[in-house]
Design a protein around this ligand. Sequence first.
Ligand SMILES: Cc1cc2nc3c(=O)[nH]c(=O)nc-3n(C[C@H](O)[C@H](O)[C@H](O)COP(=O)(O)OP(=O)(O)OC[C@H]3O[C@@H](n4cnc5c(N)ncnc54)[C@H](O)[C@@H]3O)c2cc1C
Ligand SMILES: *[C@@H]1O[C@H](CO)[C@@H](O)[C@H](O)[C@H]1NC(C)=O
Ligand SMILES: *[C@@H]1O[C@H](CO)[C@@H](O)[C@H](O)[C@H]1NC(C)=O
Ligand SMILES: *[C@@H]1O[C@H](CO)[C@@H](O)[C@H](O)[C@H]1NC(C)=O
Ligand SMILES: *[C@@H]1O[C@H](CO)[C@@H](O)[C@H](O)[C@H]1NC(C)=O
Ligand SMILES: *[C@@H]1O[C@H](CO)[C@@H](O)[C@H](O)[C@H]1NC(C)=O
Ligand SMILES: *[C@@H]1O[C@H](CO)[C@@H](O)[C@H](O)[C@H]1NC(C)=O
Ligand SMILES: *[C@@H]1O[C@H](CO)[C@@H](O)[C@H](O)[C@H]1NC(C)=O
Ligand SMILES: *[C@@H]1O[C@H](CO)[C@@H](O)[C@H](O)[C@H]1NC(C)=O
Ligand SMILES: *[C@@H]1O[C@H](CO)[C@@H](O)[C@H](O)[C@H]1NC(C)=O
Length: 581
Amino acid sequence: MFVRALATLAYLVPCLCKVYEDVTQLPGLSYDFVIVGGGTAGNVVANRLTENPNFSVLVLEAGVSNEGVIDSIVPFFFQNLLTPNIYEWNYTTVPQPGLNGRNVGNPRDGMVYTRGSADDYDRFAEVTGDAGWSWDRLLPYFFKNEKWTPPVDHHDTRGQYNPAFHSTNGINSVSLTASNWPIFSRHVIEASKELPDEWPFNLDMNSGKPLGLGWLQMTIGGGMRSTSATSYLGPEFIRRKNLHVLLRAQVSKLVGSSHANGKLTFAGVQFAQGGALFTAKAVKEIILSAGSVGTPGLLLHSGIGDQRALTDLGISTLLDLPSVGRNATDHPVFSLGWTVNSNQTLDSISQNATRFDEAFAQWNRSHTGPFSAGGTTHLAWARLDSQLASNNFTDPSAGPNSPHIEVAFTMPHCLKLAGSTGGTAGQPCVSAGIVVLNPVSRGSVTINSSNPFDSPIIDAGFLQSDVDVFTGREAIKKVLKLFKAPTWRDYIIAPIEDLENLSDEELDEHIRNSASTFFYLIGTAAMSARDARYGVVDPDLLVKGASRLRIIDASVFPFAVSGHTQAATYAIAERGEFLFL
Ligand SMILES: Cc1cc2nc3c(=O)[nH]c(=O)nc-3n(C[C@H](O)[C@H](O)[C@H](O)COP(=O)(O)OP(=O)(O)OC[C@H]3O[C@@H](n4cnc5c(N)ncnc54)[C@H](O)[C@@H]3O)c2cc1C
Ligand SMILES: *[C@@H]1O[C@H](CO)[C@@H](O)[C@H](O)[C@H]1NC(C)=O
Ligand SMILES: *[C@@H]1O[C@H](CO)[C@@H](O)[C@H](O)[C@H]1NC(C)=O
Ligand SMILES: *[C@@H]1O[C@H](CO)[C@@H](O)[C@H](O)[C@H]1NC(C)=O
Ligand SMILES: *[C@@H]1O[C@H](CO)[C@@H](O)[C@H](O)[C@H]1NC(C)=O
Ligand SMILES: *[C@@H]1O[C@H](CO)[C@@H](O)[C@H](O)[C@H]1NC(C)=O
Ligand SMILES: *[C@@H]1O[C@H](CO)[C@@H](O)[C@H](O)[C@H]1NC(C)=O
Ligand SMILES: *[C@@H]1O[C@H](CO)[C@@H](O)[C@H](O)[C@H]1NC(C)=O
Ligand SMILES: *[C@@H]1O[C@H](CO)[C@@H](O)[C@H](O)[C@H]1NC(C)=O
Ligand SMILES: *[C@@H]1O[C@H](CO)[C@@H](O)[C@H](O)[C@H]1NC(C)=O
């Protein structure tokens, strides 16, 4: 896991005029704003700041350009980016006791567009004391981000989403996927009709009320991946004279510290390129958008963190902020699979050279066909109220309209999650990814050396808490029932792993042996109320005790949202109004 956000690396701008790969090409090294990290959030901030022609902005991104890199353009090829390659940081977690000592590596997912529940954001507002983070106040920022786009096959989308909750004039493309898997889709929708109490159909899971089962929305436009790099740094923006992006520039620390009005401040950042070190000066502000691993790592190497831990490493503490890197939260994910009586599956294309080439040729011609999306067709969201209550667990969710679990119909494709025994070779199969959405367990991102180029130590803290394991176990029982709906009789042959008659203890063991991650780590530089005795940034995202230093990325979430994290990250980055005060 912990790739250098794939999303971020798609520098597919036809005119590379302002995306530099060599520091000597930059016109200078002093800017109003220096943004560390050209990922999901960083590119949004860069775009919005440079709407004001008076602001000069430099984005420093450690990653490489992948202009023209086919794996990051064709949605179907997302999985090719998940093995160690030049687009990745190649991080892994420390061995996870909650996963029986396994560590987890690769993530597996991409382009899923979900906002979470209104309750999630209302909880953000409550814990930060800033109503600006509530659902109602953030919705306009989701809209500023979203450019709703017709699916590439132009199928009739009535009954598959609610236009009232979408915007067609944002920046990043979102669409329903082309209906490439009609047989499977028909069964999923039919199952929800047959079990309307447990799995009601939800017209639009991005309305703030996600509970139920509905059609998947993805950050895809015109059959191509839409990322913050392709959209927010698109041709019409990157040509702005005041916007500069430098790739292959890894920031090592904040430099030039001083104090003003009792607050710590920095003159700029130090970064490495091609073995040499440089300093970029920030006249107005430094914005850290290096993600949930990179941001706490940079703070710690700059002397901002838990004083005892920093002293042990020989780093002098400039700001004692013990919450840096703590409260790391990630969603455990595991899957169930079935062999099926259908050749309309993803494997039947990826494993057959003839069909693979046909699909690739079709995508090359028109950006349509199976390569215009992945294997996921629907998502479902459910609560486990009675199960949690009868076991005396406190509800970990943000509120009654917020789900405890997600089911990803990541089919027709046999997901081979780490640790699972996988499908029978050659047999078509489908799978359901199950996500524990409100984990109570917490992990950390720490450092064990004073060298900023050493990898941080990542501990996702998976399944340390009983309620997380319990939620996973009850989710399995609930999903097994879903796949007993009559509609599946002509489709499903047999489960890949027989979990139906396992004891609770055996189910728990199964989860510990197979759980992994989509990599939605958040919370490592969390927001808290101005007067809170913990937290890293205040509700305006300024580092507590510092001035002119802000964090805008997924590390500031105070809690996980009950969904995939990119939409929330986009909305947080769009709400950068305080930057202009
Ligand atoms: C494989 C994968 C699949 C995902 N799929 C989905 C999905 O389907 N749906 C969804 O909603 N979310 C998904 N996510 C999660 C989503 O991508 C992240 O939550 C989101 O990108 C977080 O945005 P960010 O701006 O905080 O960090 P990032 O987008 O990770 O951006 C951080 C950037 O900073 C750069 N950086 C880090 N350190 C330094 C440094 N020292 N110097 C310079 N640059 C630095 C990194 O290279 C990176 O480009 C996925 C994540 C992964 C890893
Ligand atoms: C930019 O600066 C000029 C000159 O100071 C000022 O008149 C103008 O209003 C500024 N523009 C914005 C968008 O702030
Ligand atoms: C990750 O691993 C790949 C393949 O081994 C390598 O090419 C790449 O440079 C590594 N990335 C980093 C950041 O070390
Ligand atoms: C973690 O977050 C909780 C609130 O959710 C807070 O009470 C606690 O102090 C935080 N811990 C750290 C180390 O920041
Ligand atoms: C799947 O394809 C194989 C080989 O082409 C064929 O023998 C089999 O009958 C097909 N199965 C189904 C369910 O269509
Ligand atoms: C591969 O696909 C082609 C074209 O659909 C088909 O004719 C062939 O039988 C398939 N091969 C196998 C091994 O299923
Ligand atoms: C599709 O285009 C890619 C990239 O240009 C090329 O590598 C590939 O061979 C093409 N495939 C087919 C089947 O046309
Ligand atoms: C839940 O709490 C009640 C009241 O304290 C107790 O009677 C019951 O045994 C508890 N149930 C479980 C599963 O622990
Ligand atoms: C830090 O941790 C890494 C990974 O666990 C390990 O390889 C390395 O030796 C450690 N470094 C120090 C200085 O302890
Ligand atoms: C589970 O047990 C029930 C009742 O004993 C039985 O009918 C069913 O076949 C079993 N399931 C499997 C998959 O073995």
